[in-house]
Design a protein around this ligand. Sequence first.
Ligand code: SF4
Length: 82
Amino acid sequence: MCDKFTLGTVGMCDRNKSCAFYCTHNKDLGNNKRYQLLIDTYCEGDFHEVCRRKGYEQEKGVAPLADLGPNGYNIDSLQRIY
Ligand code: SF4
């Protein structure tokens, strides 16, 4: 039997208040389905545990700019950044 509480921590990423991606793009999501999907699955869902922005910050020692999406891509250009 599959219990959703065994699959990981469901809920908001604890970095959301200081995250440039989230703070920039969480407004007016109805107009952009790409950002909405990423925020739903990463920032407000289980995938925040594997967010590429966290890996970038750990490796580089600085917080990434808002254009780095949690999946490692620039969401507008679809270019891989990290
Ligand atoms: S982009 Fe990553 S670090 Fe920022 S709020 Fe979303 S899951 Fe957290």
